[in-house]
Design a protein around this ligand. Structure first.
Ligand code: EZ4
Ligand code: CO
Length: 402
């Protein structure tokens, strides 16, 4: 079998997605996702102009060699554009392998290690009461784990608080919107939120929270310490993680479990975090981490240090990435949890998929390969629309991390 052709599709069924379709001389095709929120067209060009001409004619079963060819062979390594593009090729080749062998991908990754993939949903509201009512809704829908985010008194808008309660989407059409931020106001508010949630819902439900890169290490240490009594499943992205040593400070002060890594693109972003046991969950996922091939190696390395997986699963990761992540999740030894933000009905129609949700768990389904398809004709009705994530400024105007 040989790769005959490959094509990149940019579409916007509710939000932008970049999809790679690789076809073979035997009629089997594979799909990959390489959506990079707010920088979509750069990845499309990387693939169309620089990668596709190099993979035509290759054996699609050689996932390891093709990955090494694209990673080592480019000379220029790492970075979200490069790694998302390589990820799309890797996903598509695994999809082809599964379809050619007529088996769901998880069977090629060691088979099922569990009956389902525990996911967490996103509850959010403008204040404590509204957030608490949203948590109740997720528990009613069967979720065993819920991420809780609340508006902060004195701030006009906050990360994680949505206009639409069902479909949280941080990107906005046009140029980047500007948000304002105060770590002080945020730090005073969050412990009250989790105190209220534990009082109302008891100890069983897993509660999670995303600080979205906004704190300094010592502020994160304070937050971790103050929410310790409420036993979170994890505190996510407490600080930006370019300085991996910064996590030592947080770790010295708190037993609140720490998760990080949704923007990491190789194991090098997490080498110290893992080997010094500074985190508990790694958020890297298939699309940003360069594909299924490298992510399995990262997970094996993390397993040595008691670090579990917690794949990013926001709406900007297309159903193709969600499908790939679920095959990875159900097969990997040190699975922790999977993020699940539901896509809109338009997105689900463009990407019909075999995965399904029941009683707090997602299941990858039993279709051969990834179990996700792509309706090209329907996609063509939703052309790309420029959209960006917000930027963030402190109350005095200083640029800060969003
Ligand atoms: O802001 O995926 O945990 N989830 C997140 C997401 C990210 C978006 C950025 O594109 O942090 O909401
Ligand atoms: Co996050």
């Amino acid at each position: 079998m040989r790769i005959q052709d490959a094509k990149v599709f940019v579409c916007s069924p509710g939000r932008n997605f970049v999809t790679l379709k690789i076809s073979t001389d035997e009629g089997v095709y594979g799909l990959g996702d390489c959506t990079l929120n707010g920088r979509e067209l750069a990845v499309a060009s990387y693939l169309t102009d620089h990668v596709i001409p190099c993979i035509v004619g290759r054996d699609p079963f050689q996932t390891e060699d093709v990955w090494q060819y694209l990673y080592r062979g480019a000379y220029w390594r790492k970075g979200p554009v490069t790694m998302s593009a390589i990820a799309a090729v890797d996903m598509a080749l695994w999809d082809i392998k599964g379809k050619a062998l007529n088996t769901p991908l998880y069977n090629l990754l060691g088979g099922k290690s569990r009956t389902g993939v525990m996911v967490y949903g996103h509850a959010n509201g403008r204040d404590l009461e509204e957030t608490s009512d949203q948590v109740a809704k997720y528990i009613d829908e069967g979720y065993l784990a819920v991420r809780a985010q609340s508006g902060v008194p004195g701030l006009p808008s906050t990360y994680g608080v949505s206009k639409d309660k069902t479909f949280y989407e941080p990107a906005e059409k046009g140029l980047p919107p500007e948000n304002s931020w105060s770590s002080e106001k945020y730090l005073n508010h969050v412990p009250k939120l989790f105190k209220a949630l534990r009082t109302r819902f008891g100890d069983d439900v897993h509660l999670l929270h995303d600080a979205h890169h906004r704190l300094t290490p010592i502020q994160a240490a304070r937050l971790g310490k103050e929410i310790e009594p409420y036993h979170l499943f994890w505190l996510e992205d407490a600080v930006t993680a370019e300085l991996q040593e910064g996590f030592r400070i947080i770790r010295q002060h708190t037993t609140t479990p720490l998760a990080v890594g949704e923007i990491f693109d190789t194991v090098w972003d997490a080498r110290l975090l893992i080997s010094e046991q500074l985190i508990d969950y790694l958020r890297m996922t298939v699309v940003r981490g360069g594909g299924i091939t490298p992510l399995r190696k990262v997970a094996a390395f993390a397993d040595l240090y008691h670090v579990q997986t917690g794949c990013h699963g926001a709406t900007d990761l297309s159903p193709v990435t969600m499908g790939a992540a679920l095959h990875f999740d159900i097969s990997v030894g040190n699975f922790g949890i999977q993020e699940y933000m539901r896509h809109t009905p338009e997105t689900d129609e463009v990407f019909p998929h075999a995965y399904w949700f029941k009683d707090g768990y997602l299941h990858p389904g039993d279709k051969p390969g990834l179990g996700v398809d792509f309706d090209e004709k329907l996609a063509a009705k939703f052309p790309y629309e420029r959209a960006y994530l917000p930027v963030n400024r402190k109350l005095d105007g200083t640029m800060w991390n969003w």
